[in-house]
Design a protein around this ligand. Structure first.
Ligand code: ADP
Length: 643
């Protein structure tokens, strides 16, 4: 639709939602809008600087890239302008009409949920549901759209560096925006905020100076504050934070820089600022976040580390800079040794980049090891956020195996909520224990209730819980730690008979088990009855409480892995399992006695099926014939009751 304001476009529904939330936001620190606009302006300058490496003409006679903030107290307008790359007509529509980032989308959802609460605590900007939503704005930073926290109308005048025609975008933040051609637009982008009455404080030079200093001092290009007479004063340091000496940088500045580059909620959990000298020179300022981002497992997620060559931004999509198992790391790397005109495509195979990468990996892993040693509890919180990602390195990067394994943490059956290292596990092993026992599945709580671990607990042997899908991939590759093989407690014959049972009660229970012949007969009968449904039937040392369990035979696919493969639509040949029977269980004893007295009967055959069905239920598997199961169970119970 065309009118005097130009063509009108509707915002994507998600954006409208976000804008609604912004306009009604109770967020106290509305000043972060300025940080977001400056951040965008500095990115736009970075992009132009990069483009100008191959097309120097783009800079023309306006080569000093910069940001200018101009308050106009009379008109009530605050302008933030840059002479960066600018936006074309279509880019305006895409960039300022939709939400590109999946993280932002997730944020909108969370925030809408938070604000949809009972509305209590409206007075307080920080607590209660509305306050929670507000808190998220500050942590997350929602970019350009945060302008609408302070402005009732926003106009964007922009011209792309390689185009002659400029555009003016206008919106009051309610549902739609317009775009019209703009004569004489300067290169770059100028955001004009028509401030709400209550946000007029942002027209005061002192206020602006303070906000810029607090949030944007690290930005690597000059930020000017222009007064009404047209005089300019520089209000930030103007050099990239990473290029300054560590001793001159405070924790607050690192944190603000983190918010600028990381695009994730929260604060840094760990900061690494290193200047490598010698054969290859580079500077890295890297952060490990204290919060797990929404898109950690999203293959479309942005890369976390930006690459610069001598302060010129090259790319934030450099796959080769860090391995994918360190994809949670955020920050920048700046090298003087890469060629400025390095192409983003060939970067991946660049030998210098490979060396930088090796240096970064080494440093990140050694810093993690230090933190793990110094502050195990803090390390546990890191591990809960990113452990599943770090473990990918165990099978992707064989070279780092020896550095990665000591960093890995597990919960265990006996350890409760504690996170154990492999060293701790191995040190606590009884002398005769030769293997590192584990059980894998999806849910740690369910694993703790598994029948297969009962016999281990009774013998004082701890079992590690492997509840991340990635565990199924590294375990077979790694095989052993300090010469102790990893063994699944749901696979193969158990070697528990080598260990004494600690629990006295269980010892006696085992002692008055029925005669071996009777048990053997029972097993033979169950095997015959179940025929092809099982691979084998045998007695078990694994069980103390439960009558039965299923295990995978030695060399067969473990049961959890089979489920996982099926979930991921892999073809897995049908696996027959081994049914293990607890010889000390009352049920087994009664059945064995019955076999001894009466031989095979219908009731015993029913019982054999019921044993198998119980084992399946304990595994969380469906019973193959529920109506037969019910018939047999009712029959058995009613016989028992009428006896
Ligand atoms: P983000 O910066 O996190 O991507 P924003 O909503 O702040 O999200 O901005 C969306 C997009 O709009 C940016 O990715 C960028 O492409 C474009 N943009 C915003 N501000 C500018 C600017 N000053 N100059 C050029 N492009 C800009």
């Amino acid at each position: 639709m065309a009118n005097t304001n130009g063509e009108r476009h509707a915002f994507q529904a998600e954006v409208s939602k976000l804008l609604g939330l912004m306009a009604n936001s109770l967020y106290r620190d509305k000043e972060i809008f300025l940080r977001e606009l400056i951040s965008n302006a500095s990115d736009a300058c970075d992009k132009l600087r990069y483009a100008a490496i191959t097309q120097p003409d783009l800079l023309g006679d306006d080569a000093a890239l910069q940001v200018t903030i101009t308050p106009d107290a009379k008109a009530g307008v605050l302008a933030v302008a840059d002479n960066g790359i600018g936006m074309s007509h279509d880019e305006l529509i895409d960039n300022l009409g939709t939400i590109a980032r999946s993280g932002t989308e997730a944020f909108v959802k969370q925030m809408a949920e938070a604000q949809g609460g009972d509305g209590a605590d409206e007075e307080d900007g920080q607590d209660g549901p509305a306050g929670l939503a507000a808190g998220l704005i500050g942590q997350f930073g929602v970019g350009f759209y945060s302008s609408f926290m302070v402005a009732k109308r926003v106009e964007v005048v922009t011209r792309r560096a390689d185009e002659a025609e400029g555009w003016r975008w206008r919106s009051d933040g309610t549902g739609s925006f317009t775009i019209a051609p703009e004569a004489d637009a300067a290169r770059g982008t100028r955001i004009e905020l028509h401030l709400r009455k209550e946000a007029r404080e942002f027209l005061e030079p002192l206020r602006i100076r303070t906000v810029v200093k607090a949030y944007s001092d690290h930005v690597g290009l000059p930020i000017w504050l222009e007064n009404e007479g047209g005089q300019k004063e520089m209000v930030n340091e103007g050099s990239a934070l990473w290029s300054r000496p560590r001793s001159e940088i405070g924790e607050d500045q690192y944190r603000e820089f983190y918010h600028h580059v990381a695009h994730v909620p929260g604060d840094p959990w760990h900061t690494i600022h290193l200047h490598a000298e010698g054969r290859i020179e580079y500077t890295a300022l890297l952060f490990v976040p204290d919060t797990r981002p929404f898109d950690l497992f999203d293959p479309m997620r942005r890369h976390g580390v930006r690459l610069y060559v001598r302060r010129v931004f090259i790319t934030d999509e450099c796959e080769g800079l860090l391995p994918s198992y360190l994809r949670f790391v955020r920050g920048v790397v700046d090298s003087a040794d890469l060629a400025l005109n390095v192409s983003r495509e060939t970067l991946q195979n660049d030998p210098i980049l490979a060396k930088i990468r090796a240096g970064l990996v080494k440093r990140v892993l050694s810093d993690l090891a230090k933190r793990a040693k110094k502050a195990p509890e803090e390390y546990a919180s890191f591990w809960q956020n990113f452990g599943a990602v770090l473990k990918e390195g165990l099978y992707e990067d064989a070279e780092q195996k020896d550095k990665l394994l000591p960093l890995v943490r597990f919960q265990s059956v006996q350890g409760g909520e504690r996170w154990l290292s492999l060293d701790e596990y191995v040190e606590a092993m009884p002398e005769q224990q030769e293997a590192i026992y584990y059980i894998s599945g999806e849910d740690p709580q369910a694993l703790r209730r598994s029948p297969q671990i009962e016999g281990f607990g009774a013998r004082g042997i701890d079992v590690l819980l492997m509840a991340d899908p990635v565990d199924q991939f590294w375990l077979p590759m790694i095989g052993a730690y300090k010469e102790k093989p990893f063994r699944s407690v749901t696979q193969g014959a158990s070697d528990l008979d080598r260990f004494a049972v600690e629990d006295e009660e269980k010892k006696t229970a085992a002692a008055d088990a029925p005669a071996a012949v009777e048990i053997d007969k029972l097993i033979a009968l169950v095997k015959l009855t179940l025929a092809d449904a099982v691979k084998d039937v045998r007695t078990s040392e694994r069980l103390t409480e439960s009558p039965v369990c299923l295990v995978a035979d030695e060399g067969d696919i473990d049961m959890h892995l089979e489920r996982l493969l099926r979930q991921h639509k892999h073809e897995v040949p049908a696996q027959k399992r081994v049914l293990e029977i607890n010889p000390g269980h009352d049920l087994t004893r009664a059945l064995a006695r019955m076999v001894g007295q009466k031989g095979a009967t219908d009731a015993l055959e029913d019982a054999a099926h019921l044993l198998m069905d119980q084992a399946l239920i304990l595994e969380g598997e469906p019973v193959p014939d529920p109506s037969a199961f019910t018939r047999r169970l009712s029959g058995l119970v009613s016989r028992a009751l009428s006896e």
